[in-house]
Design a protein around this ligand. Structure first.
Ligand code: 5GP
Ligand code: ZN
Length: 114
């Protein structure tokens, strides 16, 4: 766990531009944004993927989702909209194995994605 980049960001060992924080959740700007707004939301607890969720983690994932919606609202996206993405496992595009949501907005977003 010590080697997990996002755990290091939680412990403030690696700098990040934090946009939301509470006792359970941290959100920070993606270092390589794919849109004008690209924010990562993570539980402070290390959970590698959705498959690693334990009984009792459901409320934590609910808080994660709620934080993303709250920040989207604060950024004025209520009408414009946004995309919330979770890549799971390498085949799903996951590179950092600490569960996270991407909040992406600020440009037209095509669907289906490439
Ligand atoms: P994944 O592909 O795992 O869903 O997404 C990982 C995301 O983490 C990528 O969008 C990548 O740009 C971002 N990322 C990787 N390293 C860092 C870092 O050191 N700081 C920040 N803020 N984002 C990072
Ligand atoms: Zn971690």
């Amino acid at each position: 766990m010590e080697e997990c980049l996002f755990c290091r960001i939680v412990r403030k060992e690696v700098p990040a531009t934090i946009v939301y924080e509470d006792d359970a959740i941290l959100a920070f700007k993606d270092i390589n944004p794919v849109a004008p707004i690209h924010i990562l939301f993570i539980p402070k607890k290390h959970i590698s993927t959705f498959f690693a969720m334990e009984p009792g983690d459901e409320a934590l994932i609910g808080k994660l989702h709620r934080a993303a919606v709250q920040v989207a609202q604060e950024l004025g996206l209520t009408e414009k909209g946004f995309r919330l993405v979770a890549n799971c496992q390498r085949g799903g595009g996951q590179l950092i194995f600490h569960l996270h949501y991407h909040l992406i907005a600020g440009r037209p977003l095509l669907w289906p994605p490439g």
